[in-house]
Write a protein that binds this ligand. Structure first.
Ligand SMILES: NC(=O)c1ccc[n+]([C@@H]2O[C@H](COP(=O)([O-])OP(=O)(O)OC[C@H]3O[C@@H](n4cnc5c(N)ncnc54)[C@H](OP(=O)(O)O)[C@@H]3O)[C@@H](O)[C@H]2O)c1
Length: 311
């Protein structure tokens, strides 16, 4: 297939590109800078210059493709105070892709998340697809992002083979600059490896290369309207994560009270407090995905998260 990929230069996208090319697909990646275009070229993909705000570019690229994988997200503005703006741009891009592919039967795959889907119990692919009083109430940009996932799925009724791949809060691996790296950085800065409360709350996890594999399977064979979970570890207690970090950095592992969590963990506190395990049984059955790379704790134990002092 000739696949148009947004966010192809990002953490997950840069694993999806070789996964696709390795199976004989042709990749055209959206690139907003010379550096991103060069990275795509080096990976064997073609670059389509533009941003996710260039809706005409997105429409034309989707129309000229056999399928679209949408991974771009304005994390730069989202994590500096304008999550709503980032989610609004994402919604416009999703709508543009869906409309461009309507009636074609072609695949359209987007990334979403599992965090907060069903707090306190193991979330499945069936959760989060309608009003659920138990779910974390969504407001602002988070609600917009959830609505964009629903919009993606709704394009199934207009002959788009749309699917949503939900990612856990940590998509780990060597070079990760996300939540795990932030947690390591906070431990370095504060001199303790902390967890909130008793640390028994759980996060699911997946290795970046396993996640990339699922995006390819979604593109190739997910039925229209599928929700897929890229979940390898169903739920790793945050305390277990803090213990590995403490051991590798030779720092004490300490409980932080919920009242002090905001001051200690900053923007990460709200995420880190959630008990949000998730499963992927239905995904495994539906598309035959399985984990082949290391789990979160073993990946942390490898040590690469601790080699870069600026991480
Ligand atoms: N990583 C995780 O643990 C995780 C967990 C849950 C959900 N997700 C979701 O999965 C998707 C991919 O995440 P990621 O971790 O790979 O993100 P990332 O590393 O931050 O990459 C973001 C990608 O989006 C591109 N991008 C950002 N703003 C853009 C713009 N205005 N126009 C065009 N491209 C733009 C970036 O291009 P440049 O390379 O040019 O900056 C990059 O390719 C996102 O939707 C993310 O929210 C990720």
């Amino acid at each position: 297939m000739r696949v148009f990929v947004t966010g192809a230069s990002g953490w997950i996208g840069s694993a999806v590109v070789p996964e696709l090319i390795g199976e004989g697909h042709e990749v055209i990646g959206l690139a907003r800078s010379d550096a991103s275009a060069a990275a795509l070229g080096a990976a064997g993909a073609k670059a389509q210059r533009g941003t996710i705000d260039d809706l005409d570019t997105l429409r034309d690229a989707a129309a000229a493709s056999d399928g679209v994988i949408h991974l771009a997200f304005k994390h730069d503005i989202a994590f500096s105070g304008d999550f709503q703006g980032a989610a609004d741009a994402d919604r416009r891009a999703v709508e543009t892709f869906g409309e461009a592919l309507a009636g074609s039967g072609r695949p359209f795959v987007i990334a979403s998340g599992t965090l907060g889907l069903a707090p306190g119990r193991v979330a499945t692919e069936r959760d989060g697809n309608g009003p659920d009083p138990a779910a974390t109430p969504l407001i602002g940009g988070a609600a917009t992002r959830r609505a964009s996932a629903q919009m993606t799925l709704s394009f199934a009724s207009r002959s788009v083979r749309s699917s949503v791949v939900r990612l856990p809060p940590t998509v780990h691996g060597e070079g990760d600059n996300g939540f795990m790296a932030a947690l390591v950085g906070i431990a370095r800065d504060t001199g303790v490896s902390g967890y909130i409360g008793d640390g028994s709350n759980r996060w699911p996890a997946v290795h970046r290369l396993d996640a990339a594999h699922l995006f390819r399977l979604a593109l190739e064979k997910a039925p229209a309207g599928s929700v897929l979970h890229a979940i390898a570890d169903e739920g790793v207690p945050i305390r277990a994560i803090a213990e590995v970090i403490g051991r590798h950095l030779d720092l004490p592992v300490v409980a932080i009270s919920p009242a002090d969590a905001g001051e200690h963990f900053g923007w990460l506190a709200g995420f880190l407090a959630v008990d949000s395990p998730a499963s992927s049984s239905l995904t495994r059955e539906l598309v035959g995905w399985h984990q082949t790379h290391t789990g979160l704790i073993d990946d942390l134990e490898k040590g690469h998260y601790f080699h870069n002092p600026s991480a």
